[in-house]
Design a protein around this ligand. Structure first.
Ligand SMILES: [Zn+2]
Length: 118
């Protein structure tokens, strides 16, 4: 694979990782400050709970993405980056640049999505 494509993908993965880390820290400090506040009104408390559930869901999604990002960085380091998990072929460079965490070429991705629908 082209060296510049690898560098572009690595930089993008790094950027996304930094962004997620910053977001995760913010979420934790938000939750802490909210927990320290006192809500005597049950309506306020219900609202607080639903907000917290939303935050937790976001964090769960972010955590999964973070794992994918770190795996992609690992693949760059061990030379496996851009190899399709499905067929072992090369993933299109355009696709990797647009979404560096991808592990499937477009053909395998299409098949996987069709199977998901079924
Ligand atoms: Zn494939």
């Amino acid at each position: 694979m082209d060296r510049s494509v690898l560098d572009t993908c690595r930089a993008e993965l790094q950027r996304q990782q930094d962004e997620l880390m910053a977001g995760a820290e913010k979420t934790v400090s938000d939750m802490t400050s909210v927990a320290e506040e006192n809500f005597p009104d049950p309506t306020d408390r219900a609202l607080l709970e639903s907000n917290r559930n939303f935050t937790l869901r976001l964090r769960d999604r972010d955590r999964k993405l973070l794992v994918k990002i770190q795996e992609a960085i690992k693949r760059i380091e061990n030379g496996m980056f851009g190899i399709c998990d499905g067929c072992g072929g090369e993933i299109e460079e355009k696709r990797l640049i647009a979404r560096p965490v991808t592990t499937l070429c477009i053909d395998c991705k299409t098949v996987a999505e069709e199977e998901e629908v079924r």
